[in-house]
Design a protein around this ligand. Structure first.
Ligand code: DUC
Ligand code: ZN
Ligand code: ZN
Length: 472
């Protein structure tokens, strides 16, 4: 069966132009002007934009944390992604099993039957020894070509600098990309115990005990380790102005280091943590200041940062109160766990479905980003950096037909009623949006049609990624 999307305006990372798109089966067969294909089903997309499906390089689904679990699993989170125009997500595998292979296999055993969009996996390296060193080169056999390391979470997730250096070197030698969570774990430990001893329990102390300087020096430290290892590095969830400066410094000197930020760091500040419901904004690293936001926007516009992911990791605000999800009541313990102690608030927030609509209005609509920069940052660049391009992130003959028909004129007051995350709040509640996904196709199949969900658990595919992806 062929599908012809006619008279739309295609927006790619390079260009904006009018054309028709022919889809045959799961892929794009042709792009051209006035395509005529007898028997094809035709969709008239005049007045609409055609975007490659979003690629979110940073989500956490079904993640155990702080005595509970994040409230979107591999079905509900990927369904929410699809409603927001994202057709590929990359989740993280925790190093919770004796071998990396077992950890990947266990996650896939859960996720493969649930995912409603395509997905890939990054491997967290939170324990490093000779065995792990020997296993990392085998990760591409499992389709995993990126690793995440941490300079924070002492005694749990953190690696020492020498270990990070070794991970970087092995990864670099095998065409894998190392990703970094940049904070200073030692300082955080001290500040948290002092804050608790002084009786500070409110959410704002989450930010006050995780200072931006820790993130800044960790970015420079890791960039220096990457330079010495001769290996590429990708800084996740950048949130501080100084991190952008450090990235710029390293890139100017030829270090192959790239950066990602997330919508929460562009739109919210520590003031939000001081609201009565501030726990909703608790994520790690924390939201910062207006000056940090400004520098992040500049970094996006001038190419110092390459991607906008989400770090999607939602929890209920009140996990004692069930909500109805697909007809069933659901309640999952959430932010209320930390009502008397900010360190017990599960870290994370809903974002995967918000990313494209919010950034379109407040990034493109405000003139901070061009439509092509928007596509590059949210789809094409993540696909390139993580070895999925041009299958994903592109509108080319041969690419997967992951396509969003975008209505640039649709105005709405956004919020929980639109975002399909399985949680009881949305950070953008009441925000006015202009521009919204109208139809979303996953490999040629219509999975979102306006308000209607046509997707299915298990219809997403695991993406085996290739090593040796470029550094942008
Ligand atoms: N940060 C969060 O806020 N949640 C999940 C993991 C992370 O890095
Ligand atoms: Zn992180
Ligand atoms: Zn994360």
């Amino acid at each position: 069966m062929s599908l012809l999307i006619k008279s739309g305006t295609l927006v790619t990372a390079e260009d904006v132009f009018s054309a028709d798109i022919l889809i045959e089966g799961e892929t794009i067969a042709a792009i051209g002007v006035n395509l005529h294909v007898p028997d094809a089903e035709v969709i008239d997309a005049s007045g609409r934009l055609i975007l490659p499906g979003g690629v979110d390089p940073h989500v956490h689904l079904d993640l155990p944390m702080a005595g509970t679990v994040s409230s979107d699993d591999h079905y509900t989170g990927t369904k929410a992604a699809a409603f927001g125009g994202t057709t590929t997500v990359i989740d993280f595998v925790s190093q919770d099993y004796p071998t990396l292979r077992e950890a990947v296999d266990r996650l896939r055993a859960k996720a493969d039957q649930k995912v409603a969009v395509d997905y890939g996996l990054h491997m967290n390296i939170t324990r490093f020894d000779e065995q792990v060193a020997g296993e990392i080169p085998c990760l591409p056999d499992l389709g995993v070509t990126s690793l995440k390391v941490f300079t924070a979470y002492n005694g749990r997730l953190r690696l020492q600098d020498g270990e990070i250096f070794q991970v970087l070197r092995i990864a670099g030698q095998n065409g894998l990309l190392t990703m970094l969570h940049a904070e200073n774990g030692d300082v955080i430990e001290i500040l948290i115990s002092e804050a608790l001893a002084a009786g500070h329990t409110s959410p704002e102390w989450h930010a006050r005990t995780r200072p931006a300087w820790g993130a800044v020096e960790a970015v420079m430290r890791a960039a220096a380790l990457a330079a010495q290892a001769g290996a590429p590095l990708y800084i996740v969830h950048m949130n501080a102005a100084g991190e952008v400066d450090m990235l710029h410094y390293a890139r100017q000197r030829g270090v192959p280091v790239m950066g990602e930020t997330c919508p929460q760091y562009l739109f919210f500040t520590e003031d939000d943590l001081r609201r009565p419901d501030g726990a909703k904004w608790v994520c790690s690293p924390p939201v910062r200041t207006p000056d940090d936001q400004e520098r992040l926007w500049e970094g996006l516009a001038d190419g110092i940062l390459q991607t906008i992911g989400t770090d999607h990791c939602p929890f209920f605000y009140n996990g004692n109160q069930p909500l109805v999800y697909e007809g069933q009541p659901v309640a999952i313990p959430g932010k209320e766990l930390g009502k008397d102690d900010f360190t017990k608030i599960p870290n994370g927030l809903p974002a995967v479905g918000d990313r494209l609509p919010v950034l379109w209005t407040y990034g493109v609509g405000s003139g901070r980003l061009t439509p092509s920069q928007f596509v590059a940052l949210t789809s094409t660049n993540p696909a390139k950096i993580f070895g999925l391009y041009p299958r994903k992130g592109a509108l080319f003959p041969g690419s997967d037909a992951d396509i969003v028909i975008w209505d640039p004129e649709r105005s709405l007051k956004y919020g929980r009623a639109h975002a399909m995350h399985r949680t009881d709040y949305n950070l953008y509640e009441g925000w006015e949006l202009k521009g919204y996904p109208e139809k979303v196709f996953l490999r040629g199949r219509l999975i979102v049609d306006g308000e209607h969900w046509l997707g299915q658990a298990g219809a997403g595919k695991f993406l085996r990624r290739q090593p040796g992806a470029p550094t942008l």
